[in-house]
Design a binder for this molecule. Structure first.
Ligand code: UDP
Length: 294
């Protein structure tokens, strides 16, 4: 495992440190000699290193674009040298603002203009997808692209904008819960344990090579609905306030209204079934923050 801890935390792998066969390096994927060594020693490369969180992306677009494109290009090039299988984590963000719901893997991507910084993330991840699929088509490097839909669970932090840990922490701290925009935008939240299981299964399935898969959960909830649900499950009747997008992000910010995955492809190939619905996910996240509280 290689992680520069830019958005992660070493405490998250504390329980794995003593496990046989587990090794980790605190470094960035720009450390090419180290990356080459790690790719050499691996059977499969799970490439999850990318800029994370819409807030971070709006604040640091240059870093986002560079990290996503240069990093992926490097990982694929090194993997290709050794013929190592690669699973690339992409994002539901690539579907952009398409009105067609649910999103299927072969749908058109509908992105906003280049003057709106948010879309640079989708665009950079779309380039990553093209690269991974091209390495398969042109160089026979076995690659698989996985589009993740709002992956959540214990240990995720709210610092980079992720709504579930933010709402839970806000509720436990006495509120208010900050809903951006009118709150009628919706999302589907996938449990991290389900997502990891899917990544592992796709990595060893021949039928996944050269393919793109949606992975997550298809239970849709509006952000207003999520705020209500967090109040109920925490038992904290805190106020809910609405914050205009331009205050939360930047002037002219465009959100995605609905984002729902069509999960048929991954279900048909590996029998993928989410084990955690939203209530169960929220209970786990709430339990995590309650336990972490001093
Ligand atoms: N959001 C919100 N309040 C917050 C953080 C996020 O209302 O404190 C909204 C955000 O505007 C978006 C949704 O929750 O519509 C999901 O945001 P997140 O950053 O978790 O993921 P995204 O789907 O934007 O990648």
């Amino acid at each position: 495992m290689i992680d520069d801890l830019s958005t992660g935390s070493i405490a998250n792998i504390e329980h794995l440190k003593g496990r046989a066969g587990f090794r980790y390096s605190i470094a960035g994927i720009e450390d090419e000699p180290l990356l080459a060594e790690l790719v050499d020693g691996a059977d499969v490369v799970f490439h999850l290193a990318a800029a994370v969180g819409v807030r971070l992306i709006v604040e640091s677009p240059v870093r986002t674009i560079e990290t996503n494109i240069t990093g992926t290009e490097r990982v694929l090039r090194l993997a290709a040298k050794k013929g190592k299988r690669v699973v690339l984590a992409s994002t539901s963000e690539v579907y952009g603002k398409t009105a067609k719901v649910p999103f299927s893997e072969d749908d058109d991507l509908v992105l906003g203009p280049t003057t709106k910084g948010r879309w640079s993330y989708a665009c950079s991840k779309a380039i990553d997808e093209f690269l991974a699929l091209s390495y398969w088509k042109e160089r026979r490097l076995p690659t698989t692209v996985v589009r993740l839909f709002n992956t959540v669970g214990p240990r995720q932090v709210g610092r980079y904008g992720m709504v579930v840990p933010r709402f839970v922490q806000q509720a436990l701290a006495g509120g208010p819960i900050t809903v951006y925009g009118d709150g009628e935008q919706s999302r589907c939240f996938g449990y991290v344990g389900d997502v990891v299981g899917a990544l592992a299964a796709l990595a060893v399935h021949e039928g996944a090579v050269g393919q793109v898969f949606n992975v997550g959960n298809d239970e849709e909830v509006t952000i207003n609905g999520l705020a209500e649900r967090v109040r109920r499950r925490t038992g904290c009747p805190v106020p809910i306030v609405h914050v205009p997008y331009e205050e939360a992000y930047e002037a002219g910010f465009e959100d995605m209204q609905r984002r729902v995955p069509d999960l048929r492809k991954v279900r048909d190939l590996i029998g993928y079934r989410p084990t955690h619905d939203l209530d169960r996910i929220l209970d786990r996240v709430i339990e995590h923050f309650r336990r972490a509280a001093p």
